[in-house]
Write a protein that binds this ligand. Structure first.
Ligand code: ADP
Ligand code: MG
Length: 745
């Protein structure tokens, strides 16, 4: 019996090397994997055309064999440069046709030639034209047959099975679409049974086709409507399983007991509010009330707080922390980096003033103590902090992942605030959760705006709150692209602007993509590789701006006389902290750094940011970075310096960032340009491996439908006993998340 779990070998031919490539190159191990290897696109074939009846301009689909193949050079009339093309002739059962492939470089020309050697057979689809009484195919799409398929029976069977749409599969070196199509066609015919995950009632209610239908329509469709229906089914299935996992987790958390923190044992929050030098924004007040309500429930809060950089999230979180202390508990704030933890510690201590001087002479009687715990602290300091945490003396604890260590124990941890979720995994959250006797309340903060469906998919087990307005008095940030490709001289003006800002008593950041000039970026070596269609994927990176070089150049050159310092991740932690302190204190004019300053660093007097090789950063990252300036009521200036040329995707990204400061808009741009795995990020979802067909942006409707279906299913049948296959899929996804957690911890 051949089933989805059968090893893929059972349906592959006996060419060992090809088998190995399919298994290793494409990661397909079982028949199920193979059948889930969906076509990347389809070629409309119509009938295989008889070449004898050709008409000019007609779309043509032929099976033929390459009989001539040669790379020739010619002069590109527009650029005057030498260009390359592969000239081939393909013979059919009628006349022969010419096919030409153009290439800008010899490299690409030769790549075409290797793909299309004399003797190669395949299906070619394109528009036919006649030129000097010869037929030719222009820019044909093609599916090439393996070299040894001639006269093979199963090859013929596969040819016969070709419908109106010819599937083109994602490939790996040494494997053709044809090889996969053969294996898949065979697997579909010998597969004994196909399990149906979706209950009939759900399929009917949401008009989703059954498993067998979907399989046939995805691999051998007659039209695009069938492809669409098949895709919809797979997406729905995936969305449903994902939503079931999240919803079950959410229900499980809800079912847990937690200590209600009603704030009736102290007056810290009240005292804090009284001395706040500003009014809460409407959003801060409203979300504050939601948090108080959540904290007062006898089951754990699990909430995501999102809002632009500077929207006042930390303040909202701090108020919830004070409320927890007022309830006799402790609150922990977990920061993604040492720099951030230290900064939070400084700014929270400053905001609290004498309210943070609990037990000390001159401290207010409502006061508590704020403890800091990071990995780089000296032993004695650490021991002291840990003692204060364990004894409960420290009502507020701020730290990095050092807080997650086993030896750290709390007296009564009531609330965990996780800052910048995108740097934290679900797993760390779980570890900190386990430190409280009962599950603590959890608040996750993120400045990366998360579109609704992403929130639903990645954080589907969280409630969300969004701060949409910035506190009054926040000055706008002006962003400009400095296009060095067209205007190389503008760089001088950039440094002049920096000097002007410093001249006004302000400070500036200069951000570089790397630390030293000689390190090769990951993946840079193979960047000249070709994509599946033979296009060069990227130009060589050239030398990117590096912190160490830039510091030297600037202090000797354009910024001579200013106080320039550097900050990057490889410096010793105490040096980093010292530099940040000095910058915050205004003792440094210009801070040259890597993206270590990306998250949350808050120096109100910094008004300018120069991003060198800005195209090297992602859209959301750029947006985050520029949020560092314009925080102190002075207008901010952000200069995106780039050598990217007009019309390239890199340049488009920069233009998008310059054109709006709406973080939600930008996060859409960003997500659309990335692949889904990157969007969700392994560390934060554990769904990376399982999200195959679902695209959280495109599939909003499907996700919403699946969410509704999941809710219904769980209401009627919480353990999915009536849908055992679906239950098994949910369990297996739950377990894969669990095992992700095990691997990382
Ligand atoms: P976020 O954490 O969202 O980046 P913060 O809470 O750090 O934002 O707030 C950014 C700055 O704005 C801080 O200096 C904070 O003290 C200040 N701030 C917060 N809320 C208000 C408000 N309602 N009015 C004025 N300033 C505020
Ligand atoms: Mg913040």
């Amino acid at each position: 019996m051949i089933g989805l779990d059968s090893p893929i070998e059972t349906v592959l031919g006996d060419q060992a090397t090809k088998r190995k490539k399919i298994v290793e190159g494409l990661g397909l191990r079982t028949v199920g994997d193979l059948l889930r290897h969906f076509p990347r696109r389809y070629v409309k074939t119509g009938e295989l055309t008889k070449v004898a009846e050709l008409e000019d301009g007609q779309m043509l689909t032929i099976v033929g064999q390459i009989t001539r193949s040669k790379v020739n050079t010619y002069t590109d009339r527009r650029t005057g440069r030498t260009a390359y093309r592969l000239d081939t002739v393909v013979s059919t059962d009628g006349p022969s046709l010419k096919m030409t492939f153009f290439a800008k470089s010899q490299h690409v020309g030769e790549w075409h030639a290797r793909r299309l050697p004399v003797g190669r057979r395949g299906i070619f689809v394109g528009k036919v034209s006649s030129f000097r009484q010869e037929w030719q195919l222009t820019n044909p799409q093609m599916a090439l047959f393996g070299p040894d398929d001639a006269g093979d029976e199963s090859a013929q069977a596969t040819l016969d099975s070709i419908g109106d749409l010819y599937p083109i599969y994602p490939l790996t070196k040494g494997v053709d679409s044809w090889d996969l199509q053969r294996a898949i066609t065979f697997a579909r015919t010998v597969l004994d049974e196909l399990p149906e995950l979706l209950p009939d009632a759900v399929r009917e209610q949401y008009a989703v086709v059954d498993a067998r239908q979907a399989l046939d329509w995805i691999h051998a469709p007659d039209d695009y409507a069938q492809v669409g229906a098949a895709h919809r089914r797979y997406r729905f299935e995936e969305a449903l399983v994902t939503q079931l996992v999240l919803m079950r987790r959410r229900r499980a958390t809800q079912a847990l007991g937690a200590r209600a923190r009603t704030g009736d044992q102290g007056r810290l929050l009240e005292a804090f509010d009284q001395r706040l030098p500003f009014e809460l924004t409407a959003g801060q007040a409203e979300i504050g009330a939601d948090l108080e309500h959540d904290l007062a429930q006898p089951h754990p809060m699990n909430r995501l707080l999102q809002g632009e950089v500077g929207s006042g999230k930390t303040l909202v979180a701090l108020r919830a922390m004070l409320r927890t202390v007022d309830s006799g508990g402790q609150a922990a704030l977990l920061a993604p980096t040492e720099v951030l933890a230290q900064q939070h510690h400084r700014s929270i201590s400053a905001l609290l003033g004498d309210l943070a001087a609990g037990g000390m002479l001159g401290g207010s009687e409502d006061a508590t103590t704020v403890a800091l715990l990071t990995g780089s602290m000296a032993k004695a300091q650490r021991a002291e902090a840990m003692l204060r945490i364990a004894s409960g003396e420290a009502g507020i604890v701020i730290g990095t992942h050092a807080l997650l260590e086993e030896r750290v124990s709390f007296a009564d941890l009531g609330l965990v605030v996780v800052d910048e979720q995108h740097r934290f995994g679900v797993e760390q959250r779980a570890a900190l959760t386990s430190k409280a006797g009962a599950p603590p309340h959890v608040l996750v903060m993120t400045a990366t705006p998360i579109p609704r469906t992403v929130a639903m998919t990645v954080f589907g087990d969280l409630e969300t709150s969004t701060l949409t307005e910035l506190p009054a008095g926040r000055a706008p940030i002006q962003t400009n692209v400095v296009p060095l490709a067209e205007q190389p001289a503008w760089i001088a003006r950039v440094w002049q602007r920096v000097r002007e800002e410093v001249g006004k008593g302000h400070q500036a950041y200069v951000v570089c993509p790397r630390i030293t000039g000689d390190e090769l970026e990951q993946g840079e070596a193979d960047q000249r590789d070709l994509d599946e269609d033979g296009n060069e994927t990227a130009a060589p990176a050239g030398s990117l701006a590096a912190v160490e070089d830039v510091v030297a150049e600037l202090s000797e050159g354009p910024l001579h006389g200013l106080r320039v310092a550097m900050l990057h991740g490889k410096l010793p932690p105490d040096e980093k902290d010292r530099t940040m302190r000095a910058f915050a204190a205004g003792e440094i004019d210009v801070l040259v750094s890597t993206t270590v300053i990306e998250v949350g660093v808050d120096v109100a007097n910094a008004t300018a940011m120069v991003l060198l090789d800005a195209d090297r950063f992602g859209v959301s990252q750029l947006h985050q970075l520029r949020g560092r300036v314009g925080r102190g009521g002075h207008p901010g200036l952000c200069l995106l310096v780039s050598r990217a040329e007009v019309g390239t995707p890199a340049r488009d990204r920069l233009d998008a960032v310059a054109s709006t400061t709406d973080g939600f808009e930008l996060s859409r741009v960003d997500l659309e340009q990335r692949r889904e795995g990157d969007v969700l990020g392994a560390s934060q979802s554990g769904f990376r491996s399982s999200l195959q067909t679902l695209r959280v942006l495109r599939d909003e409707k499907t996700i919403l439908a699946a969410r509704a279906a999941a809710e219904d299913l769980l209401d009627r049948d919480p353990d999915l006993l009536e849908s055992p296959l679906l239950g098994a899929a949910v369990e297996s996804l739950e377990q894969s998340r669990q095992s992700d957690f095990m691997e990382k911890s």
